[in-house]
Design a protein around this ligand. Structure first.
Ligand SMILES: Nc1ncnc2c1ncn2[C@@H]1O[C@H](COP(=O)(O)OP(=O)(O)OP(=O)(O)O)[C@@H](O)[C@H]1O
Length: 392
């Protein structure tokens, strides 16, 4: 660690160092630290050693090591700088209130930014009729594939029964930082993540998410979380047609719904019900994803791929057809995702398959789904998605 330098006023390195700091984003808020009032001091001594004082939003901020590293890297890259020392401080209450006001920008407390008429964020709620069909796996991988394509993606885990999204991303014990009453989503793999499970003080705590508590939690996750500008907000809904689906339907009537099912006829029937419920809440059902469609096995003798339809066949198409008939508009089958032990392992290990094993057919099916949705989202509304359901 360098000794505190004796600052030279008007040192010629001050402007380029300040400029370099404008390129350091707060890892949680994703805006330059210079714009957030987080740079309290910049000093340069006669030998070119720099001291930067950075104010954290809260003491014990989980991102402080990242910030220190990024500030050091940015300042070190300035020509003429011989050393960097980063001192971390903490914002005062007044500074935190000012930051909160700045981020909220005139928005009143209970406003949900995604429900405002001018919102450019596409909200996609992922629903299923029953549990265990792979809804969370689809949501997480879809979010990552969209982020890999350069989109700004928020991921909200509203599954009160499972809340498995954080574990799938390897952040099961992460808790969001709060600036006053504003919650900063947890950054992970290029996503901004918030889970209903993160509102509990401890991971293993049991809460009966019902009635007013549930409604307050959902409002908190939509209105009190600083999501910033997002291209997509993906929501992992609990399975079925319960309180959360209704509550979110009221809060986000402009959300679009993606229904996940398996090839089983019984699953298709309940999936259709989940889609119908979304439609009753005025949400548009944009398509169906059939997960666990088949297991691809390479024949040891002839080398050919054989597809075993472990859970039967046709459920995805039946759900799509059923919803098309019921809702009176085209609800296409958008993807068939094969059974894949690597998809399962990726979820268990916090390394989802689209990023950890992108060549896997399951990862490719999910990436193609993301691509199709994204092309549609960029103004090709009404045109064919160009998604060739795998295996058809
Ligand atoms: N295509 C697949 N191939 C292999 N395993 C899969 C596949 N899809 C999901 N799984 C595994 O099935 C289990 C259930 O998946 P997941 O948690 O995504 O389902 P879910 O529908 O969100 O369930 P719930 O709503 O009950 O939380 C997980 O262990 C997951 O890794």
């Amino acid at each position: 660690m360098l000794d505190a330098p004796t600052p030279v006023l008007d040192h010629p390195l001050l402007p380029p160092v300040r400029e370099a700091l404008t390129r350091v984003d707060d890892p949680e808020i994703k805006k330059p630290i210079t714009e957030l009032g987080m740079v309290a001091a910049v000093e340069v001594d006669a030998t070119g050693q720099v001291r930067v004082e950075v104010l954290l939003t809260v003491s014990g901020c989980p991102m402080k090591d990242t910030l220190r590293r990024e500030v050091t890297a940015a300042v070190s890259a300035v020509e003429g700088v011989t050393g960097v020392r980063v001192d971390l401080g903490v914002m005062s209450d007044e500074q935190r209130v000012a930051l909160r006001e700045q981020l909220k920008g005139g928005q009143t407390d209970r406003d949900i930014p995604f429900a405002q008429p001018g919102s450019l964020t596409k909200v996609i709620a992922v629903a299923s009729g029953k549990g265990g069909v792979g809804k969370s796996s689809v949501t997480v991988n879809l979010a990552l594939a969209l982020a890999a394509a350069g989109r700004k993606v928020g991921l909200l885990d509203a599954d009160i029964y499972g809340h498995s999204v954080p574990a799938m991303l390897g952040i099961a014990d992460a808790r969001p930082t709060s600036v006053e009453d504003m919650i900063l989503p947890v950054p992970s793999n290029g996503l901004k993540v918030m889970s209903i499970g993160m509102l509990k003080p401890r991971r293993d705590q049991v809460i009966a998410w019902r009635g007013p508590i549930l409604d307050r939690a959902l409002t908190q996750m939509l209105a009190d979380v600083y999501w910033g500008d997002l291209d997509y907000l993906l929501l992992d809904l609990p399975p079925g047609t319960g309180d959360v689906a209704i509550s979110l339907g009221q809060k986000l009537p402009n959300a679009e719904v993606l229904v996940v099912t398996t090839p089983q006829a019984a699953a298709a029937e309940v999936a259709e019900r989940a889609g119908t419920m979304a439609s009753m809440m005025n949400q548009r059902v944009i398509g169906v994803v059939e997960n666990m469609s088949y297991l691809a096995v390479t024949c040891p003798h002839c080398g050919e791929e054989q597809r075993h339809e472990v859970f039967g066949s046709g459920g995805g198409q039946d759900t799509a057809d059923g919803l098309t008939t019921r809702l009176g508009y085209d609800v296409p089958l958008l993807a068939r995702v094969p059974l894949d032990p690597q998809l399962r392992a990726g979820g268990d290990e916090g390394a989802p398959v689209v990023t950890s094993a992108p060549a896997q057919p399951s990862a490719q099916a999910l990436a193609a789904l993301a691509d199709g949705l994204d092309r549609r989202g960029r103004g090709l509304l009404g045109r064919q998605l160009g998604l060739a359901p795998a295996g058809r």
